[in-house]
Design a protein around this ligand. Structure first.
Ligand code: 5GP
Ligand code: ZN
Length: 113
């Protein structure tokens, strides 16, 4: 837990979020500024700054994050599919330096170039 990190604080329950799923090691909550009808962030409890810091030991965690993204989209009724993306570092548009997967579905705005 990094107490300077927004998502660590949400994971710890210090800051509120609109949670849609929680299990050991992972939470999923609604993005505060949605760019689609459904916009969920799937977040590991472990503070991993960005995808480039992912280690071999995180293999199971990464698989499970993807599975949670799938099940969140399915639970919200998006059986035709959804968009899965990860911003990697400031050059990739990442604004919160704690790894997270965006799940977008339904009517969505175009992603910024
Ligand atoms: P990134 O820009 O790093 O790919 O994604 C960060 C996302 O976190 C943005 O889509 C932003 O709207 C969202 N976000 C930023 N602060 C908060 C917050 O306090 N609560 C929630 N639920 N989402 C947040
Ligand atoms: Zn963090």
């Amino acid at each position: 837990m990094n107490s300077d990190c927004l998502f660590c604080r949400i994971v710890a329950g210090e800051l509120p979020s609109d949670e849609v799923h929680r299990e050991s090691g992972i939470i999923a909550f609604k993005d505060i500024h949605p760019v689609a009808e459904t916009h969920i962030l799937v977040v590991p409890e472990k503070h991993i700054e960005d995808l480039r810091q992912l280690q071999d030991e995180d293999a199971q965690l990464w698989l499970r994050l993807a599975q949670v993204a799938n099940s969140v989209a399915a639970d919200l009724g998006h059986d035709q599919g959804y968009r899965f993306f990860v911003s990697v570092g400031p050059g990739g548009g990442q604004t919160v330096p704690h790894l997270h997967i965006h799940v977008l579905a339904g009517t969505m705005r175009r992603l910024p170039a």
